[in-house]
Design a protein around this ligand. Structure first.
Ligand code: SF4
Length: 433
């Protein structure tokens, strides 16, 4: 039987920052009785005449409108459709308007049951596997990524879940309080199969889960002499000795959610703990002095935020010479506490903004208190535009405050050029087209 896996993009276009989606490799590895084809719309066109026995979509909030349109095309050709991912997990009834079945939660377990039921002609509407099964049987089929011309980074996963519960983030609603890590022998064996010259990227939402498991990971990574990057909570910088171990283990880039310079905003988002490592300037110095590049993320639109907050944050990102930065208008996605709060307060400009043909990527989605919606939209775009100006890129690549590293300079240049291109490609784009 033929199975097509599809990752839709925001719309019908190709992205220059596409990376191999691990979720699809997991689905492929667990569909052994099927002849699997994978289309990644970020990297290629999804053919309009594809005719498998079953089509399976991975849907995010930003790709829902596009994914539903492609799914409707499959169904019009008589192909049954199934969906999974965060968005359908939070809104299964919405997804079921475009699919025969939905997988709620992690795919492992429920995905195999769905395929078995499909083959036996008794597929149900909802397959719910929960999100707390141990990750001992983690499997991935990377062969489906071949020929897609992805960014030269190898994605790996150590665990799932996060210790924190920031109100704009849906990780906590999805995984609850469970933190799960894979057995290290399986992870190390997987890493050893990956090209040695490639940067590894841990996709974990927060690699610093349980401290003991994190330190055990560093011990295993150190002798491998691999260069890697990850997303990590800022409290990693609390302890200089741990930071030394992180650097020795090969960490070269880390994504840190600084989010805001505004204490009141941090408190409102449930991230007041962001100050446990001292000032942001200290954190930047601690990482840069160990030759670790920083990808800083920032969000605007909490009640205490004004236009000035955006300008001040941009100044901080430029003066700190963050290698990469992401400035975002606060985005209430289904499943997050933020979404529920703004909906209850009647402040969402369009409650189902991800399906709204009038919504454009980068638009403010709600009424902020400290500025007008268009000021939030324009302020964030201006911050992105200025951070990714050629002049700014040049000064950050040649960061005079740290020892020059050809690896970091090369990676920073490539990442900035790609980010700049994607910003202009995505900004004000209508979802789905
Ligand atoms: S620390 Fe990161 S992953 Fe964890 S809840 Fe906050 S935003 Fe989400």
């Amino acid at each position: 039987m033929k199975l097509t896996l599809i990752r839709p993009n925001l719309g019908d276009y190709r992205s220059s920052d596409a990376m191999p989606p691990l979720a699809m490799g997991i689905l492929a590895a667990r569909a052994r009785d099927f002849d699997v084809t994978f289309y990644d719309e970020k990297a290629e066109v999804v053919p309009v005449n594809d005719q498998p026995d079953l089509a399976a979509f991975s849907i995010e909030t930003f790709t829902a409108r596009r994914g539903y349109a492609i799914a409707d095309g499959y169904r019009a050709r008589g192909v049954p459709v199934v969906m999974g991912g965060y968005h359908p997990s939070f809104l299964p009834e919405e997804a079921l308007e475009h699919a025969e079945a939905v997988v709620v939660g992690d795919a492992e377990g429920s995905w195999e049951r769905l395929l078995e039921d499909f083959a036996a002609g008794r597929m149900e509407r909802i397959y719910s596997g929960g999100n707390d099964a141990p990750l001992h049987d983690y499997r991935l089929d990377r062969s489906i990524y071949r020929g897609k011309h992805y960014a030269p980074v190898e994605l790996v996963q150590y665990g799932r879940g996060c210790r924190f519960a920031c109100d704009f983030c849906s990780i906590h609603s999805f995984y609850g309080t469970t933190l799960r890590a894979r057995p290290l022998d399986g992870l190390v064996a997987e890493i050893e199969t990956l090209p040695a010259n490639r940067l590894l990227f841990f996709v974990d939402d927060n690699l610093l889960g349980r401290r003991s498991e994190f330190l055990a990971l560093l011990d295993e990574l150190t002798p491998l002499k691999r260069r890697w990057s990850c997303q990590m909570s800022i409290d990693v910088a609390r302890d200089e000795a741990v930071l030394d171990r992180v650097a020795r283990a090969g960490c070269r880039f880390v994504l840190i959610g600084f989010e805001s310079l505004n204490e009141a905003s941090l408190a409102q988002m449930g991230k007041a703990w962001n100050s446990v490592s001292g000032s942001y300037e200290r954190v930047v110095r601690a990482l840069h002095s160990r030759n670790i590049g920083i990808y800083g993320t920032f969000v605007f639109g909490y009640d205490a935020d004004t236009k000035d907050s955006i300008a001040r944050t941009l100044d901080f990102a430029l003066e700190s010479r963050l290698e990469i930065a992401n400035f975002n208008p606060l985005t209430p996605t289904p499943g997050s506490a933020l979404y529920d709060r703004l909906l209850a307060e009647g402040r969402l400009l369009s409650p189902k903004w991800w399906l709204d043909p009038n919504y454009r990527y980068g638009d403010a989605i709600f009424e902020p208190r400290g500025m007008r919606p268009h000021e939030l939209t324009d302020g964030v775009f201006e911050a992105r535009r200025r951070f990714y100006s050629w002049r700014s890129i040049g000064s950050r690549v040649l960061n005079a405050d740290t020892a020059f590293s050809p690896f970091r300079a090369g990676l920073t240049t490539i990442a900035n050029v790609i980010s700049r291109r994607e910003i202009y490609k995505k900004q004000f784009r209508q979802l789905g087209l």
